[in-house]
Design a protein around this ligand. Structure first.
Ligand SMILES: Cc1cc2nc3c(=O)[nH]c(=O)nc-3n(C[C@H](O)[C@H](O)[C@H](O)COP(=O)(O)O)c2cc1C
Length: 200
């Protein structure tokens, strides 16, 4: 199985990175053909809205994201891990996602057949305690991303309170939460973990 894993935090080895790492380990995905990209290590811009992708089925901007398009197209599974920033995904993640507009154009402007169907996983963590709509902004962004990239089936894994209870292998509650997740590529699912005791 070909897997593309995207780490969308500005910090390495922090909640978002650990979330991805522990998720991958839990399901032994490292034994598959997995490629991980850490967005903050890449030199790229957001979409410039040039609509070059409305003329040819590719992104005409050349930068460090250029090589990722073939990985997106070939992948059987795409995992994106992001922190919540201002109720949405991080700007690194959003800039990456905006660049997949190429797949929207492919479908709706060029009327080409969509890319290979695949499974999508969004790992989202927020530092604040669990609250209504905490994940809504990110869910809407990922919903559109999954549609564009042909992730018809997908999974959202959402964790709150990571500023108080960081994600790591010593966080027993988080580890048990991960243990409760069933990875079934035939169904879409949402898993949410409040991440410790709310104090407010
Ligand atoms: C600019 C910025 C905005 C943030 N906005 C939110 C927010 O709207 N909701 C929330 O729950 N946490 C918010 N946080 C907290 C982060 O989601 C939290 O610290 C997360 O675990 C950071 O991931 P990292 O450890 O991988 O950097 C924000 C943090 C930053 C730096």
């Amino acid at each position: 199985m070909k897997i593309l894993a995207i780490m969308g935090s500005s910090r390495k080895n922090s909640n978002t990175d650990k979330f991805l790492e522990l998720f991958v380990k839990k399901f032994k995905l490292q034994d598959e053909d997995l490629e991980k990209y850490t967005l903050r290590d890449l030199n790229y811009d957001g979409c410039t809205s040039c609509y070059g992708c409305g003329r040819v089925p590719k992104c005409v901007v050349k930068d460090d994201l250029t090589e990722i398009y073939s990985k997106i197209e070939e992948a059987d599974l795409i995992i994106v891990s992001t922190p919540i920033y201002f109720n949405s995904v991080s700007s690194l993640t959003k800039q990456f996602i905006d660049r997949t507009q190429v797949y929207w154009s492919r479908k709706f402007i060029l009327k080409l057949r969509p890319i290979k169907e695949k499974y999508g996983i969004a790992l989202i963590n927020g530092g604040a305690f669990n609250q209504e709509n905490q994940f809504l902004g990110s869910e809407l962004v990922f919903d559109h991303f999954f549609k564009a990239t042909s992730c018809k089936k997908n999974m959202f894994v959402e964790v709150s309170n990571t500023d108080r209870f960081p994600i790591n292998e010593n966080n027993d509650e988080f580890v048990s939460f991960l243990d409760s997740i069933k990875l079934d590529f035939n169904v879409s699912n949402v898993y949410r973990f409040e991440g410790g005791i709310n104090e407010n």
